[in-house]
Design a protein around this ligand. Structure first.
Ligand code: ATP
Length: 483
């Protein structure tokens, strides 16, 4: 599995999906750039989410709020005081770790070794310590379970301290008089503070949702597992505003709806599971993670949280502005519901984690060996809607007017589909390159094309080839790649 993960990472780099940020300067830890194909794939994932959430729901609208926000917002939301990770240093290696992650790794090791009782006990103890924010207890657990530093191998630990994950910077040109602002650690607050703006200007009626896709920043204590945990990342979040008392119903609804969204991409169902939270964040009355089985175990890709009226109430208190909604629908007693602060169900998915999931799930080294010869190919079995390139266009040779004909076909398709033109190398080699980037269709233009206006279309997954009239291309490709 480690091997498979390494292969995905190097594949992502080799084909222009993901690069280490600032690579020529030896990189910047936990920051990544998306290359020419990565940017396309990422956009397609965003489109899939946006269409499913905003376009398909009449009562959900999308916004795009700023990354900089008034610093008081992060006081109100609880991030200034509470957005911390428990951090511990190894005195010998001087390496810094998250105490909870050291414990989680130990739990995973116990599970691997079949020591399930030990794993369960440690999990329960850790949950208790985290819930009570009992930092000495975390250290005691690390010592009691003889956890050694992965770098120095020693057990010489400092005390556990809280570490705030927010990045801050100076706002305004002058050093004096400038104010400290934060880079948002989540996109959700941009939605909460615009709740009334959107509700009034859009004449939204409860229940309704506000969605947004955007960057978030967290000064993660340790970065690992490629784009799984980054310091700059992107979130796709939706806050769904409901009547108090209807939160449980909507929580259950969004839990199922979001899992359905994942499965619709064709990912095997057994790769997903829910993980209900025992230890709840300060704002939540119910929370679950959608976890995916990554090569390094089941990990969270998306969180669904029932946030109560916590955020809106806090903003009402801190801003002094009323965050209430007037509901004139009639309740069971025939009276209007009246004024209230709505409850909120949130769905929050990391775009980069979804990207990683998609790459891992699509990556395949397929054995094509026959009795006569050994053969294999690397391919990305991406859902055609997500594939960065939809159509590759190959003239069989570089002469006899074939390139011109190929260009003509490309020009007729490229407004609707992302196309790539390739005339170098043998056809077989060109096919393999497209397999490796997940292109669902390759078109070969040959001498027969000039005579009867047909081309060969080759399908990525089956490697089947068929002869098709040029005039039917649009329809065929559309039918497979449209949402
Ligand atoms: P974790 O426990 O993994 O740190 P979290 O519970 O803090 O995640 P949330 O605050 O619920 O995460 O954020 C929602 C989603 O944002 C997560 O499910 C994840 O997909 C994504 N996410 C959070 N932190 C990061 C990060 N550092 N890098 C990439 N994606 C992230």
């Amino acid at each position: 599995n480690d091997e498979q993960f390494k292969n995905v990472i190097s594949h992502a780099k080799e084909y222009g999906f993901v690069f280490q940020s600032s690579e020529i300067y030896d990189g910047l830890s936990a920051v990544y750039d998306y290359g020419q194909l990565g940017a396309e794939l990422k956009n397609n994932i965003k489109t899939y989410w946006w269409k499913a959430m905003v376009q398909m729901h009449e009562n959900i609208v999308g916004i795009d709020s700023a990354i900089f926000m008034h610093p008081k917002i992060w006081k109100a939301s609880g991030h200034v005081d509470g957005f911390n990770d428990p951090m511990i240093d190894n005195k010998d290696s001087k390496k810094r770790y998250r105490a909870d992650q050291l414990l989680e790794d130990k739990i995973a090791r116990y599970e691997k070794d079949g020591k399930t009782d030990k794993a369960a006990k440690l999990q329960a103890d850790m949950d208790e310590a985290l819930k009570a924010e009992n930092l000495p207890m975390l250290k005691t657990l690390i010592e009691a379970h003889e956890i050694a530093c992965p770098v120095s191998g020693t057990k010489n630990w400092t005390d556990v301290r809280q570490f705030n994950l927010m990045f801050s910077t100076q706002f305004g040109a002058m050093a004096e008089g400038s104010e400290e602002v934060y880079l948002r650690p989540e996109t959700a607050q941009g939605i909460f503070v615009n709740f009334l703006n959107v509700q009034k200007s859009g004449r939204m009626k409860i229940p309704f949702g506000i969605a947004q896709i955007g960057k978030a920043f967290r000064n993660e204590v340790i970065a690992r597992q490629f784009i799984m945990r980054m310091r700059e990342f992107e979130q796709m979040e939706m806050q769904f505003f409901v009547r108090p008392g209807e939160d449980e119903k909507w929580f259950a609804y969004w839990k199922e709806a979001r899992l359905k969204w994942h499965k619709a991409l064709g990912t095997p169902a057994e790769k997903y599971r829910f993980h209900d939270h025992v230890k709840l964040a300060h704002y939540a009355n119910a929370a679950t993670d959608i976890e995916f089985e990554f090569p390094f175990g089941f990990k969270e890709v998306e969180g669904i949280h029932s946030r109560t009226d916590f955020d809106l109430s806090q903003h009402q208190e801190f801003s002094g502005k009323k965050m209430q909604y007037f509901d004139n629908d009639l309740n069971e007693e025939g009276k209007p519901y009246g004024n209230y602060i709505p409850y909120v169900i949130e769905t929050s998915i990391g775009l980069d984690r979804m990207f990683l999931l998609t790459m891992i799930n699509a990556f395949e080294e397929e054995d094509l060996s026959t009795e006569e010869k050994q053969d294999s190919r690397t391919l990305l079995r991406l859902h055609p809607c997500l594939a960065p390139v939809k159509v590759a266009i190959f003239p069989l040779t570089k002469k006899d007017g074939l390139p011109e004909k190929a260009r003509e076909i490309m020009n007729s398709l490229k407004l609707d589909f992302n196309c790539i033109y390739e005339e170098k190398d043998a056809i077989g080699k060109r096919y393999r390159r497209q397999d490796a980037i997940g292109t669902p269709f390759c078109l070969t233009i040959d001498h027969q094309t000039l005579e009867d206006d047909t081309v060969t279309i080759r399908h990525r997954d089956t490697m089947e080839q068929q002869r098709i009239e040029i005039k039917h291309l649009q329809e065929l490709i559309e039918s497979k790649t449209s949402w």
